[in-house]
Design a protein around this ligand. Structure first.
Ligand code: URA
Length: 232
């Protein structure tokens, strides 16, 4: 048995406050009769409907976050704010984890999910999933830099980086596409060609693009179409 508000808010579609309001307005039914209160205990086989539509318990939750700078891509930290702190409690309770990490000062697309298989598929270099980053650098980007990225690199500390795409947008702006995600990889590759990164933002993971309607710090659930694009 589980509380009705917990069950409905764990779908990520409504907050507990919204569930309370829906129950008050008589829009929630449990096995065909109006729910008595948001705290009502419901059996896991009970058919719960909201506005006449049966609500399936989502197996997994997929959240798109526009990660702002200054927040850690971690699930918890004793001192610093993490991306989980940007989500409401009903999402956090689902045990979401970031799919791959962005540095504290990197912005952009961060996917959070409790679907471990999807997370592994998107981050494993063997899956060849493109991650596209927009970078602004100090210095003037050159064709030779593009060639160095295309050839793959061995960094000063021995780190092997596979072939990557560098698309030069202007003298100090580029798009970098990687299929792996080693620690500080974009920054280290650009630093290796003498162009330190001054700003970095992830734009996409595979076919999933950052929703530009989301301001930094804002989030939303993936649509069923977006989940399908990622192979979910
Ligand atoms: N590469 C980096 O250097 N930093 C990130 O946050 C992501 C990729």
């Amino acid at each position: 048995m589980e509380r009705l508000d917990k069950r409905l808010s764990s779908t990520g579609r409504w907050t507990r406050r919204e569930v309370k309001e829906l129950v008050r307005r008589g829009q929630v039914t449990v096995d065909g009769r109006p729910a008595a209160s948001p705290e009502e205990k419901v059996d896991e086989r009970a058919v719960v409907c909201v506005s006449g539509e049966a609500v399936a318990l989502e197996r997994f939750l997929y959240v798109m976050l526009h990660k702002p700078s200054g927040v850690l891509s971690a699930t918890e930290d004793p001192r610093q704010k993490t991306v989980l702190d940007l989500l409401p409690p009903e999402y956090r309770r689902r045990g979401l984890s970031p799919v791959g990490r962005l540095d504290k000062d990197t912005e952009g697309l961060l996917l959070l999910t409790d679907d471990g298989a999807m997370s592994h598929r998107l981050t494993s270099p063997r899956s060849h999933v493109d991650k596209v980053y927009y970078a602004r650098v100090s210095g003037v980007l050159q064709e030779a830099d593009r060639q160095s990225f295309a050839a793959g690199m061995v960094l000063g500390d021995g780190l092997h980086c596979r072939s990557a795409s560098l698309e030069i947008l202007s003298s100090d702006e580029c798009l970098v596409t990687l299929q792996e995600g080693k620690f500080h990889q974009v920054k280290r590759m650009l630093a290796a060609v003498g162009k330190p990164v001054v700003y970095l933002k992830r734009l996409s993971i595979g076919a999933l693009r950052l929703d530009e309607a989301l301001a930094p710090g804002a989030f939303r659930l993936l649509t069923p179409e977006e989940i399908a694009l990622l192979g979910g």
